[in-house]
Design a protein around this ligand. Structure first.
Ligand code: GLN
Length: 490
């Protein structure tokens, strides 16, 4: 078995039957990660206790105890999820010294299933960004071409996965942060239905939109790891009580008779020729496989980007109020606290601790929530969001999944958009409406640009119907012809 290409199931079966130990798997991925990370800057930190944790998995197996479906699988975790005794920075200076005393539920569930966390992955500061350039820890690079961004905000997860310096990774998606970097780095990423996965222990960006999900190398691995992390959590009251299907057992490449909707609003121009060609090929392949393709319309997607940036910034301004340097996190190096006003204490600490993009969003959000503007901005956005959701509910009466591009272009160059926030925000044009409506969505690799950069397609399904998106993605993956291509770092 070639570890670098093996599926989660192959590795965990081999670990369980003692053909290989969890320690050997962990050593392999950690040493590969330590060797390649200086080129990519995908990891912010490695877990120094990973070997001990792997030993514990092996010991359980030796003693005949039950281990889960991810036994011995090496995971990298976006540094937005709390990991017990392992520093969690959210990509920010303000949390540069924060060591959580507990694991996020997602992390606890992975560990419970036998996975070994090998390190924490780079991201845009507080998950705000589309390129990883807002990270306080330096930008991460795209393994297919280091002059390009890996996408964001889960750029470290996408880069680590595509360079196989982790067997699997976890990202979060508030407006596209799992799907867009997966698309830019040629991996599979799924954002579950809002409420499927617990947000407990995930540093909050915009609480009504945030969801965590797997960013991995195949649809099969996505299905298996998704079922591990999904499910009701008493620690997060927004998690659903719905039963979690066995996504991996129900995987099927048979899309005969499946109804695939193409959004009219996403067919207008402005799409890079290679992205458009990849998308068209996906449409044609699904037809060949027996799916029925129809055109549908969700007119309010036109307002998804402004709606998203109003709501996300508003929630962020409130969520980020807690970082004040009092109880934990970074505090300015004050010489004399006695002569300092509380306001100066806060503003100096926050002024130094947050980066430019985060400050921009705090100001924007605070403005939208202020009493004179609340109704005109925040409230209005919430009302339109509700209508958008209803339009989607209607569309899913007519089709099983929606197919679209993930972004308008393949990965862009580092520095290309970083001085123009609006240009950067427009990157989220095809991804944000999924979060606003609470729907599950995923990105699956399907082609390459002429420059050799990966291009994916996006599948969106009705609430709690991740299976439909996974199955359509599974069918597409089988005919994509791109699965064997790997970035140069191999
Ligand atoms: N690019 C979007 C933003 O900057 C999405 C980020 C995300 O999904 N976390 O807000």
């Amino acid at each position: 078995m070639e570890l670098i290409q093996a599926s989660f199931k192959q590795v965990s079966d081999a670990v369980k039957t003692k053909k290989i130990s969890a320690v050997e798997v962990t050593k392999f991925f950690m040493s590969r990660a330590e060797k390649l990370n200086p080129q990519l800057n995908a990891y912010i930190a490695f877990n120094t206790k990973a070997m001990e944790e792997a030993e514990a998995v092996d010991k359980k197996i030796q003693q005949g105890e039950a281990v889960g479906p991810l036994a011995g699988v090496s995971f990298g975790i976006k540094d937005l999820l709390c990991t017990r005794d392992l520093r969690t920075t959210a990509g920010s200076k303000i949390l540069s010294n924060f060591v959580p005393p507990y694991d996020a539920t997602v992390v606890a569930r992975l560990k419970n299933a036998g996975a070994v966390v090998i390190g924490k992955l780079n991201l845009d500061e507080f998950a705000m960004g589309s390129s990883n350039e807002t990270s306080f820890y330096g930008n991460c690079k795209n393994p297919w071409n280091p002059e390009y961004v890996p996408g964001g905000s889960s750029g470290g997860s996408a880069a680590a996965q595509s360079a196989r310096i982790a067997m699997g990774t976890i990202g979060t998606d508030t407006g596209g942060s799992i799907r867009q970097p997966s698309n830019f780095c040629g991996i599979v990423g799924i954002k579950p239905t809002y409420g499927r996965v617990s947000r407990y222990g995930i540093v909050a960006y915009a609480s009504s939109l945030d969801q965590a999900g797997p960013m991995v190398s195949s649809v099969e691995d996505a299905a298996l790891s998704l079922e591990v992390i999904c499910g009701h959590d008493p620690k997060d009251s927004t998690t659903s009580q719905q039963k979690v299907p066995e996504f991996s057992k129900n995987l099927s490449q048979n899309v005969k008779g499946m109804k695939i909707g193409l959004l009219k609003e996403y067919q207008s121009g402005g799409i890079h020729a290679d992205t458009a060609a990849t998308y068209q090929r996906a449409v044609d392949e699904l037809k060949k496989l027996g799916a029925e393709v129809i055109e549908v319309s969700v007119p309010l997607t036109e307002f998804a980007v402004p709606m998203y940036y109003l709501i996300a910034a508003s929630e962020a301004s409130s969520n980020l109020a807690r970082y004040d340097g009092v109880k934990y996190g970074y505090r300015s190096d004050f010489k004399d606290l006695s002569s300092l006003s509380l306001e100066d204490f806060y503003s100096q600490t926050r002024g130094e601790g947050f980066g430019k993009e985060v400050k921009r969003r705090i100001m924007l959000g605070t403005y939208c929530l202020s009493s004179g503007y609340y109704d005109a901005y925040y409230n209005k956005a919430c009302q339109v969001r509700r209508l958008l959701r209803e339009q989607y509910l209607d569309v899913f009466k007519k089709c099983d999944v929606l197919l679209s591009p993930v972004t308008t272009t393949p990965a862009f160059k580092i520095g290309e958009k970083s001085s123009d926030p609006l240009k950067m925000y427009l990157n989220d044009i095809f991804t944000t409406s999924t979060n606003l409506a609470g729907l599950p969505g995923m990105s699956v690799p399907f082609g390459f640009s002429k420059e050799g950069l990966p291009i994916g397609v996006q599948l969106t399904a009705a609430h709690f119907n991740e299976q439909a998106a996974l199955n359509a993605a599974y069918a597409l993956e089988s005919v994509s012809g791109v699965k064997e291509r790997r970035p140069n770092v191999f």
